[in-house]
Design a protein around this ligand. Structure first.
Ligand code: IMP
Ligand code: MG
Length: 186
């Protein structure tokens, strides 16, 4: 047996592993514990809303570690490419009624902040008890809107990252770690 075979080489367009799988797991554990504690004694149901597609692995891991009863829902958005319009388009809405419930938005990454800003505002009009936000990654250098996030996994530099749900043109979503991409041409 050759031990070096147990570490697959990085794909050609990846620069380095930024956050390895064990570190992600430990941090998601901590977030789940914190969130459980914060919602433990609150009255009212809790809905976790995952923002598709990037958050699908994060929300699956987070939800399974939470000790507070909750319901899972999803929303799908797309932002217009090419430009800094900050326009967010709704592709698929949630199914759960949010009235009188606590809503926790679960997102992969906070970049410009437009997605979370849009979602928070839109959910606030649905008469919830509260709306909070959890992101796995935050790129503070990229923020365009002033937004307060309640739970942050890791703060990262302004580089394109993939893995653990995040993609580049739909690739690399199922890597177990978060890796930095090589800057792409054009
Ligand atoms: P916003 O600019 O904060 O609205 O971020 C929006 C979305 O851009 C995130 O939910 C991701 O889907 C995507 N995104 C931003 N930065 C990255 C990245 O480094 N890798 C993969 N997706 C990203
Ligand atoms: Mg996303």
């Amino acid at each position: 047996m050759n031990n070096s075979l147990s570490i697959p080489p990085l794909a050609k367009d990846l620069v380095r592993v930024l956050i390895d799988a064990a570190t992600i797991e430990r941090r998601v554990d901590e977030l789940a514990r914190q969130i459980t504690e914060d919602y433990q004694n609150l009255e009212g149901d809790l809905i976790l809303v995952g923002v598709l597609k990037g958050s699908f692995i994060f929300i699956a891991d987070l939800a399974r570690k939470m000790m507070k009863k909750h319901v899972i829902d999803f929303i799908a958005l797309s932002s217009y490419d090419g430009g800094t319009s900050g326009n967010v388009r709704l592709l698929m809405d949630t199914r759960e009624n949010m009235e009188n419930k606590h809503v926790l938005i679960v997102e992969d990454i906070l970049d410009s902040g437009n997605t979370l800003d849009y979602l928070t505002r839109s959910f606030m009009t649905r008469s919830p008890r509260s709306v909070k936000t959890a992101v796995l990654l935050d790129k503070p250098e990229r923020h365009e809107v002033d937004i307060k996030v309640d739970y942050i996994g890791f703060t990262i530099p302004d580089v394109w990252v993939v893995g653990y749900g995040l993609d580049y043109n739909e690739r690399y979503r199922t890597l177990p770690y978060i890796a930095e991409m090589k800057p792409q041409e054009g």
